[in-house]
Design a protein around this ligand. Structure first.
Ligand code: HEC
Length: 167
């Protein structure tokens, strides 16, 4: 009896200590997320005007009007990454964003064209991925209904594009 009380006492003391000792998941570092978005050049593709030499920084990461033509595949446009529920990533969880950035897989299962450099981003650490995804979620949402949508090879281009040769 005494033994049982003792072990119960031990348990009740040990539990909070274990909770305290567990590596607490630190709150995401939004400043580091911004820094990562900058050095990984997300804005170089996902911001209007950049590919025309006139970046519109008020629309940073809100999608590009210039697409990439991948011969044999079609034309893809860098989408709106701001958390707008209708035209951006508002309905994506942070895990959805991390999966797309590191494996190219969208929540609907489609694999992104490799011009989106997810093969290079596959090496991003868990912590950096979390900071990056949280940063995207913290952006002011921008609604962009006219954003050009991807088309298959041979279909009419909905907007300007660059043709790129992929290895
Ligand atoms: C070289 C240009 C380029 C760079 C750099 C780039 N992307 Fe992309 N990204 C694209 C293109 C093009 C697509 C659309 C591909 C498709 O639809 O198959 C895309 C798609 C995405 C998607 C899927 C969104 C959706 O609605 O389907 C996410 C998320 C994304 N990029 C995040 C990022 C992040 C975060 C960075 C920086 C770490 C980044 N991208 C850097 C070109 C780029």
């Amino acid at each position: 009896m005494a033994k049982r009380t003792l072990s119960r006492l031990f348990l009740s003391l040990a539990l909070p200590a274990a909770v305290l000792a567990a590596p607490a998941q630190a709150a995401p570092d939004l400043e580091r997320g911004r820094y990562l978005a900058e050095i990984m050049d997300c804005g170089g593709c996902h911001t209007r005007g950049v590919m025309l030499g006139k970046p519109d920084m008020a629309l940073f990461l809100a999608g590009s009007e210039v697409g990439f033509h991948l011969p044999g595949l079609g034309i893809v446009y860098p989408p709106n990454l701001t958390p707008d529920a209708e035209t951006g990533l508002g309905t994506w969880s942070e895990d959805d964003i991390i999966r797309a950035v590191r494996t190219g897989e969208r929540p609907d299962g489609r694999i992104l064209a490799p011009i989106m450099p997810w093969r290079s981003y596959a090496a991003l650490t868990d912590e950096d991925s979390r900071d990056l995804a949280a940063y995207l979620k913290s952006l002011p949402p921008v609604t962009w209904r006219e954003e050009p949508q991807m088309v298959g090879e041979g279909q009419k281009a909905p907007g300007p594009f660059l043709t790129v040769a992929m290895p």
